[in-house]
Design a protein. Structure first.
Length: 461
């Protein structure tokens, strides 16, 4: 019997049902939310830093799938690698052999991580963090992990225990007995370490929520304190790694910082095959895998699969050959500088911050009476509504996709593909300037939409 499956035909026949299918079978709040803010577009294809809707309109992607599309959509080198690995018909995931691709990808990753020695491959960022938490606990024999307030390290149970945002944690207790400290608070870190039960400290060099960078010198000082107390430094580079901030890892911005464990994912996938990795020091891995009896004490069913490894190898090859890290540094500085120049021009624009192509645009309370009253109306209904008022016209009028950087935050986060250049910077800055002109000029359309958001926020209370 021959099975016939025609994907193109299926999409042609049923693709128009996409929002109804989600509402009926998946998270029913997603299509509801998208329709409320006018984001219920029908996207047909993507390439590089752009995608196109069903009417042929192009959209500039300044979100990159929450950072997954580091090389943009459908990079030809990654596509070819995946075609090649599928055509090779490898004996994949036998579980009782040592295929070459995981070893080759580990070797290539470690070449960018000279102070680390071994790699564990899994399927996502949250799994990479879970691995680091387990390894830190086992290697030190201690139970507690420290993390930063407002951190985001994933949504599985262990990673959620070190998630600094209450909105994600509420209703999922009990979690692991981990402890939050304020980002940059060395005294608080030292107090917790003095209790003698801390296995490690997990930290994002730049927090995704709000785009807050660790203070200068904090990582090195934290590392020194952790080592004095026999605890480990865990760098969560799931979003910041692989060139996002203008160095291969964000922790490399500070001299002398050598984390004991590093978590990566997102961009390593090339936007195709889920993959995550935890890199660590030799002694940690040898302690966890201390005997043949413990050979599978920590594993992942789909970890190290051939498609993911091929994608990762292709991604690292492109990063090296096409000078992607340098481009992120140069283009990011151009974008941040041009946006920062607008702060004095717009009283609603409070600050522009970040590194490389990870940029936060923060809005704040204006000084003039008319704007202040409108700002106060939005804040009384729900914090974060003004940032949403900016995100929506950027998409609807200027066809640029962005995101609010966190619940109840007046911050837009820009994490575009690392391949963008000056034309994309020009397009974004011109569109952002037009939106801010509308906001400060009292554009009825924009503030009327704000009233709609207020009504929706009140209805959801």
């Amino acid at each position: 019997m021959t099975t016939e499956f025609d994907l193109a035909k299926l999409l042609a026949e049923r693709g128009g049902e996409r929002y109804e299918l989600h509402a009926r079978h998946l998270n029913h709040q997603l299509p509801r939310m998208l329709r409320t803010i006018g984001f219920d577009k029908v996207y047909e294809r993507g390439e590089g830093a752009y995608f196109w809707d069903d009417e042929g309109n192009d959209y500039l992607d300044m979100l990159a799938g929450f950072g997954v599309m580091g090389l943009g959509r459908h990079h030809p080198v990654v596509r070819k690698a995946l075609h090649d690995v599928l055509d090779a018909s490898l004996a994949d995931l036998t579980r009782f052999d040592c295929p070459p691709l995981p070893g080759l990808l580990a070797e290539k990753l470690l070449a960018h991580s000279p102070h680390l020695d071994r790699v564990f491959f899994c399927n996502s960022g949250t799994e990479a963090v879970e691995t680091a938490l387990k390894f830190a606990r086992y290697a030190t024999g201690r139970p507690r992990i420290l993390y930063c307030a407002h951190a985001f390290h994933g949504l599985t149970a262990g990673s959620l225990s070190v998630n600094g945002e209450a909105a994600f944690r509420d209703g999922f207790a009990p979690l692991l007995p981990d402890t939050a400290v304020e980002l940059g608070d060395l005294a608080a870190l030292e107090r917790e370490l003095a209790r003698g039960d801390v296995a490690g400290f997990v930290v994002e060099p730049i927090q995704g929520k709000g785009v807050h960078e660790v203070p200068p010198g904090f990582l090195r000082a934290a590392q020194d304190s952790l080592r004095r107390h026999g605890a480990l430094l865990i760098a969560d580079e799931v979003q910041t790694g692989l060139g996002r901030t203008g160095d291969f890892y964000a922790h490399q911005h500070e001299d002398g910082v050598e984390p004991d464990l590093v978590c990566v994912a997102k961009a390593l996938s090339g936007g195709y095959v889920p993959v995550g990795a935890t890199l660590g020091k030799e002694w940690i891995f040898k302690k966890v895998y201390s005997s043949m009896d413990r050979v599978l004490v920590h594993s992942a069913s789909f970890g190290s699969n051939a498609q993911a490894m091929a994608a990762g190898l292709a991604v690292l090859s492109v990063i090296e050959d096409e000078q992607v890290v340098a481009n992120a540094r140069v283009t990011g500085e151009l974008l941040r500088t041009r946006l920062a120049a607008l702060v004095d021009r717009y009283e609603l624009l409070h600050e522009v911050r970040g590194r490389g192509l990870m940029i936060g645009i923060e809005f704040g309370r204006p000084s003039s009476l008319g704007l202040r009253s409108r700002w106060t109306m939005l804040q009384a209904a729900r914090k974060g509504l003004f940032a949403q008022m900016v995100v929506v016209p950027l998409l609807q009028r200027h066809r640029i996709l962005t995101q609010v950087s966190g619940d109840r935050l007046e911050v837009i986060k820009l994490i575009p593909p690392l391949i963008i250049g000056e034309p994309e910077v020009d397009r974004f800055v011109e569109a952002f300037t037009a939106v801010m002109d509308d906001a400060h000029g009292g554009s009825g359309l924009m503030w009327d939409f704000g009233k709609t958001l207020v009504k929706q926020a009140v209805a959801n209370r």
